[in-house]
Design a protein around this ligand. Structure first.
Ligand code: G6P
Length: 362
């Protein structure tokens, strides 16, 4: 049928979409670059970011996880306070808004009802909104004041992969553009760094056997699994756990390394799989400590680190990339491990039970 043609030689859309990520990065670089090789962004969006005293990011699911990374990028690069919110909660638990808020809606489909409900409400209150979406002309794009496109190409698999990395890349570009508008000096060129990310992704997409091996070893029969990390790695762990839950039905949790001892470590038994991310220099020692704590309680541990931070026994060492952009590369092994885990457990990778690609009911 038609879907087989679109998948080409790939057994699943998810695997195809994971592999497309280096191309998506390069596409974003081209789309957000002018003839001089500088960043190209709408003047209106730049002015809106410059005029905001606080940014409110609203999203659901994987897009929410990209928003957590985006919060960190915008705060540290552009020096604007940011809050990230789950759309479905925002309507009931609306925080006190700042004087000049700007709302950013992150949505692959641009059709998510929970996010739209927030958009309708904040428009009613007279606030401005920017939508970051993969579907130009979608509802959230039409109803917002401004739109940034992801240029990721259609995402068919229910489990989102390339949209997540595209969202983070575009948020990094937005953060840098806003910083420049505010006269902040940076020694971070997002277009150059994204090109390095694209290459790193490519190298990594060629190492699938190792991901398949890890999935078989750690996740083939287990009931549960934990992903731990600190700082930006924590946000990627939340996404890793969601990916695994969605398509393999393994009960999975993403946890902040330091929070484990306050409860979750009680769940660690002999052989419990714990996958740790260690790509952040300033927390490398502490996350290593957390790995030892769970290993001492019987956990079966797998450490994914980054060139320059590796220790003996690490299962995967990612190529070194700019600290702002590590989630773009560290999420890749997580996506692939989830994919192979689902495959080994005979799950319907592209169309998991109970889930929809785009949720248009509140
Ligand atoms: C659904 C999808 C998720 C997605 C979420 C938000 O639950 O299954 O993969 O992250 O909606 O979708 P959006 O299109 O707004 O990014």
């Amino acid at each position: 049928d038609a879907s087989d043609i679109e998948k080409g030689t790939y057994p699943h859309f998810m695997l195809k979409e994971i592999d497309e990520q280096p191309f998506v990065m390069r596409n974003i670089i081209n789309q957000y670059q002018n003839e001089n090789g500088d960043l190209k962004l709408d003047d209106d969006i730049r002015a809106a970011m410059k005029g905001a005293d606080r940014v409110y990011i609203i999203a659901c699911g994987t897009s929410y996880h990209a928003g957590l990374v985006g919060k960190q990028l915008i705060e540290s690069i552009a020096n604007i306070p940011v809050e990230s919110h789950i759309a479905s909660e925002f309507v009931y638990n609306m925080p006190l808004l700042s004087e000049k808020p700007l709302f950013i809606f992150i949505s692959q489909s641009g059709e998510t009802a929970d996010s739209r409900a927030v958009l309708v409400e904040i428009k009613r209150l007279g606030h401005k909104a920017l939508t970051i979406t993969n579907v130009p002309g979608s509802t959230l794009s039409r109803e917002a004041d401004y739109t940034l496109n992801l240029y990721a190409g259609p995402e068919i698999a229910v489990a989102s992969t390339k949209a997540y990395t595209a969202q983070i890349a575009v948020l990094a570009i937005l953060a840098v553009d806003s910083a420049r508008a505010k006269g902040i000096e940076l020694d971070f060129n997002p277009l150059q760094e994204l090109a390095i990310v694209a290459n790193a992704m490519e190298v990594f997409c060629d190492q699938k056997e190792e991901m398949e091996q890890i999935a078989r070893e750690f996740l083939a029969v287990t009931r549960n699994a934990f992903f731990i990390g600190r700082a930006a790695d924590f946000y990627v762990c939340l996404e890793a756990a969601l990916k695994l839950k969605e398509i393999s039905y393994i009960q999975a949790e993403g946890f902040a390394g330091g929070e484990l001892k306050h409860g979750t470590i009680a769940l660690i038994e002999d052989g419990t799989p714990v996958i740790a991310l260690a790509t952040q220099e300033h927390v490398n020692l502490s996350i290593r400590g957390n790995v030892k704590e769970v290993a001492a309680r019987g956990a079966y541990t797998c450490v994914i680190s980054m060139d320059g931070l590796q220790e003996e026994g690490d299962r995967i060492v990612l190529p070194k990339i700019h600290p702002y952009l590590t989630p773009l590369v560290s999420v890749l092994p997580m996506q692939l491990i989830s994919y192979y885990a689902a495959l080994h457990r005979d799950c319907d990778v592209d169309k998991p039970r109970n889930l929809a690609k785009s949720v248009t009911v509140e």
